[in-house]
Design a protein around this ligand. Structure first.
Ligand code: SF4
Ligand code: SF4
Length: 260
């Protein structure tokens, strides 16, 4: 999910979609371009994508990150991005593409289920809460845009079971935008604080150990009900990770977690 400035919005590619506005699209196994979109991608993985993919592949977050991703620090940012590593073949196919299609379909990443729509967060010139913006942006080779099924943002999100993904990615994108300023006070993104922030968002196995096997729960006040949920549910734990890094890195207060 991109962050965009209000003044740049008119120059972006694709057709902007407002709530309720329709677009035509249909993707099916008999279409001429089937699976062409699953190769040679810069596919960004967001924290909730990792939760779902590592569960369905029955891997720890650490092994998943090592085996399937590249972690890169882009210019002008102060927190690394996680990209799905394409296979080392001529077409650079997605590692989950097999002869039948997507082998992780039920747990495919947010970008795949939202495609050919892209969501972003728009920030105004004077700060304040960002606004969601969406664009219909199928690439030229995608023939699905010539098919005759009508959708809007809501019906598409429901059909693709993307609501939780979109919500978690929006929360993450709002935090990620804060990293456009350097918060690390000379330590850099790979210093101790940066490593903790990465763990709390991309490695739920390590973060679970950190929360439940250190003095964390003595140092922070968290509702018992929430603690119980976090013990067994990576998504609840990720929600805490988001709130904790906002508190620990920028001192942004949270109803979820308070220092004792
Ligand atoms: S390119 Fe478009 S229509 Fe073709 S398989 Fe991908 S999403 Fe479907
Ligand atoms: S995860 Fe599935 S849908 Fe996404 S690019 Fe890979 S094969 Fe295609």
């Amino acid at each position: 999910m991109k962050t965009v400035k209000k003044e740049d919005i008119a120059g972006l590619q694709g057709r902007r979609l407002n709530q309720g506005e329709s677009f035509r699209f249909r993707c099916h196994p008999d279409i001429g371009c089937f699976n062409l979109c699953c190769r040679n991608l810069n596919l960004f993985l967001y924290p909730y994508d990792i939760v779902r993919l590592k569960q369905t592949l029955n891997l720890s977050a650490e092994v998943f990150l090592e085996r399937y991703t590249d972690i890169v620090l882009r210019e002008g940012n102060h927190f690394p991005d996680v990209l799905l590593r394409m296979a080392e073949n001529d077409e650079r196919t997605c590692p989950y593409l097999d002869e039948k299609g997507c082998a992780v379909y039920a747990d495919r990443p947010d970008a795949c289920r939202t495609f050919p729509v892209e969501h972003g967060l728009m920030f105004g010139p004077d700060g304040g809460a960002p606004k969601s913006v969406s664009f219909f942006r199928p690439p030229d080779f995608c023939l699905g845009r010539h098919e005759d099924e009508d959708w809007n943002l809501e019906s598409w999100a429901d059909d693709q079971e993307a609501r939780v993904y979109n919500r978690m990615t929006r929360r993450w994108a709002a935090i990620k935008a804060l990293f456009h300023q350097d918060p690390w006070q000379g330590q850099g993104p790979y210093g101790p604080k940066g490593k903790m922030a990465f763990m709390a968002t991309y490695n739920m196995d390590a973060f679970r150990s950190f929360v439940f096997e250190s003095s964390f729960l003595k140092r922070y006040r968290i509702k018992k009900e929430r603690v119980r949920k976090m013990r067994r549910d990576d998504t609840a734990l990720l929600g805490l990770g988001f709130e904790w890094i906002k508190l620990a890195v920028w001192n942004i207060p949270s109803q979820w977690i308070r220092p004792r």
